[in-house]
Structure formats: structure tokens, C-alpha cells
Design a protein around this ligand. Structure first.
Ligand code: MTE
Length: 315
């Protein structure tokens, strides 16, 4: 997808400190999940910035977007607790600026880049993607970001770069959930290099026109819309090109339940529940479910990546 240059605002990320926004996330968490959220007294203060971007219509669904309140209060980010309301309540501890990302391994031009340098060459796009969690719920979110492949190419991966590994920040002071051995920290995810280079794979730096709230993975995260949400590694500090398939956090913790590929697949059940249907957060009743689509509805774009593979074996 090529965006006409006329549509691209040169000043991508204008740092207008718009406002201090009080506790939308905390309030919504309280309303949706009284048990998990606890008293509404914890009101994170977020410093948000508007982003300049152009809409990528080709890669955007026309389905109704999940509300901002739901998308920022019903989260998985185990570094801040395992409850869905914990990230909105706890993630104010994360300091997403200054930030840098180390890029290393099988590439000609490794280096450590500040967030600003990482973003500089990339015009931002808005893409409304479905995100299907392995726990059989889904959301539709207007992400803002740029193709992961464009970032990776800058580091000139070698022919030995068969996979890309992503690592989240490790800092139990900022991420109190890391004091508990829920997962083997830091959180690690991975993609095959051709998956990572696919134009749908996105580095997101914002949603709903604003920089990412901490609970959604500030300051930058992955969004891989045809895979279960756990592939979408948050608050990334390292990108590593490797010849070997990375051992990802979920595959390490429960290899029979979570595979490396994690493509959304209604035909392959999780060992403990069906993947045939999903609950769209914020729509319908708590019991209403809609069918889950192969590759989360992105089969036309990505099915060719897996031609000839037994997707029940490589789940
Ligand atoms: N990244 C990190 N570092 N830690 C996590 O616990 N959870 C994953 C993924 N990325 C997770 C993570 C899971 S299970 C999902 S479903 C998505 O983030 C949720 O993203 P969201 O909360 O922004 O919707």
C-alpha cells in the first residue's frame, strides 16, 4: 500500500502536550470489572499527545471500532498483573520516555536507536485492525503506526536472519508484575522473517489518534492482526535477528497450549477451550459470540505464507 505523499503530514509526531487526562481508563476498568479493578481511587494521570497520520483504507476494516474506554481498560499486560483491569491501574509506573530500542543479531547495521530516531523516517498510518485474543475475545482498534518490515529493512538483515525476536522492557520497579514468576521475564515474542516483513505487520505507536497509553504497550508495540494477540509484544526494547526460531514466553511456559505460530485458527482448539467463536468486547451481551475467521479474517493477505504447512501441527 503506497500512500500518496500529498496525504502525509511531514511533521509526524507533533509534540503538543494536549492535556492531562484523568483516569478514563481507571474508571472504565471499574465499571466493566468490579472484582478485578478494586476501588476507583487509583486514577492514573496520562500525558497524551495527538499524532499526525493518514488513514490506510486498504488495510482497515469497516467494522465498528471498540470504544477507547474498553480498549484501554480491558488489557493483557502481565508485567502489570494478570487481571484485565490491572494494566490500566498499574501502568502509570512505566516511563515510556526517554526510550531506546537495540537492534542486533543477524544484520549488517545493528545499533541502538532512540524512539525519536526510530520513528523519524516513517510516516504514520492509521489502520483499523481486528485483534483476536487467544482467550476468545476480540476488539477492533484504530492503531497508528508503520509497517514493521520498513523498520527491519533499515538494519539490513542478512540471509541468516530467518526469524525476528522481540523483547519487552525488564524492570520490576516500573513493571511490578515482573516480581512474580507468572512468566519467564522479560516477555519474548517472535516472528518468522517473512511474517515480519509482511505489510500487515505493524509497529504501533498510538491508537485513536493519540500516543499509546502505557497499558497498551507504550511507547511502541507490535500488532500482527492475523495472529492471536499474545504475539503483539508490548513496550519493546530489543529486536534481534536470528537463525533459530525464538523460544517465546508463552511457548516456554505452556508449550502444549501456545505454539510459535499462533495464527488465529477456528479449526484448531486451544487444549482447554474452543477457538471457533469469540466475544467482541463492548458489543452485544456478555454471552453473544461471533464466528472466528481463519487468520482473523486476513486469509487473503497472509494464507500464502503458510502454504504446505500443517497448521494443526504448527499452531
Ligand atoms: N506484551 C507483553 N509484554 N506482556 C503481555 O502480557 N500480552 C499479550 C499482548 N502483548 C502481553 C503483551 C496478549 S495475551 C494480548 S491479547 C495483547 O497484548 C493485548 O493487547 P491490548 O491489551 O493492547 O489489547
Amino acid at each position: 500500500m503506497k500512500i500518496p505523499s500529498s496525504q502525509i503530514t511531514p511533521e509526524r509526531m507533533y509534540l503538543r502536550r494536549r492535556e492531562l487526562m484523568l483516569g478514563i481508563a481507571g474508571l472504565a476498568a471499574g465499571a466493566a470489572m468490579p472484582a478485578a479493578a478494586g476501588p476507583a481511587a487509583v486514577m492514573p494521570v496520562r500525558l497524551i499527545e495527538r499524532l499526525a497520520y493518514s488513514r490506510n483504507a486498504r488495510y482497515s476494516t469497516t467494522e465498528t471500532a471498540t470504544s477507547f474506554a474498553d480498549a484501554t481498560s480491558y488489557n493483557n499486560f502481565y508485567e502489570f498483573g494478570t487481571g484485565k483491569g490491572d494494566p490500566a491501574e498499574q501502568a502509570h509506573r512505566l516511563r515510556p520516555r526517554p526510550w531506546s530500542v537495540a537492534v542486533d543479531g543477524e544484520c549488517e547495521a545493528p545499533g541502538r536507536l532512540t524512539l525519536e530516531d526510530l520513528l523519524k523516517p516513517h510516516p504514520l498510518e492509521e489502520r483499523i485492525y481486528r485483534l483476536r485474543c487467544v482467550e476468545a475475545w476480540s476488539m477492533v482498534i484504530p492503531w497508528i503506526g508503520f509497517p514493521l518490515g520498513e523498520l527491519l529493512r533499515r538494519f539490513q538483515p542478512t540471509s541468516r536472519a530467518k526469524y525476528v525476536e522481540f523483547t519487552t522492557l525488564l524492570d520490576p520497579r516500573q513493571m511490578p508484575g515482573q516480581r512474580y514468576p507468572v512468566l519467564d521475564w522479560p516477555y519474548v515474542e517472535g516472528l518468522r522473517i517473512d511474517e515480519a516483513m509482511h505489510p500487515l505487520a505493524l509497529i504501533a505507536v498510538g491508537l485513536y489518534g493519540e500516543t499509546l497509553p502505557n497499558q497498551n504497550g507504550a511507547p511502541l508495540r507490535l500488532v500482527v492482526p492475523w495472529k492471536y494477540g499474545f504475539k503483539s509484544c508490548k513496550s519493546i526494547v530489543r529486536i534481534h535477528f536470528t537463525e533459530r526460531q525464538p523460544l517465546t514466553s508463552w511457548a516456554r511456559s505452556a508449550p502444549r497450549e501456545y505454539g510459535f505460530y499462533a495464527n488465529v485458527n477456528p479449526a484448531v482448539d486451544h487444549p482447554r477451550w474452543s477457538q471457533k467463536r469469540e466475544r467482541r468486547i463492548g458489543s452485544g451481551s456478555l454471552l453473544s459470540r461471533q464466528p472466528t475467521l481463519p487468520f482473523n479474517g486476513y486469509a487473503t493477505e497472509v494464507a500464502a505464507l503458510y502454504r504446505g504447512m500443517d497448521l494443526a501441527r504448527f499452531f
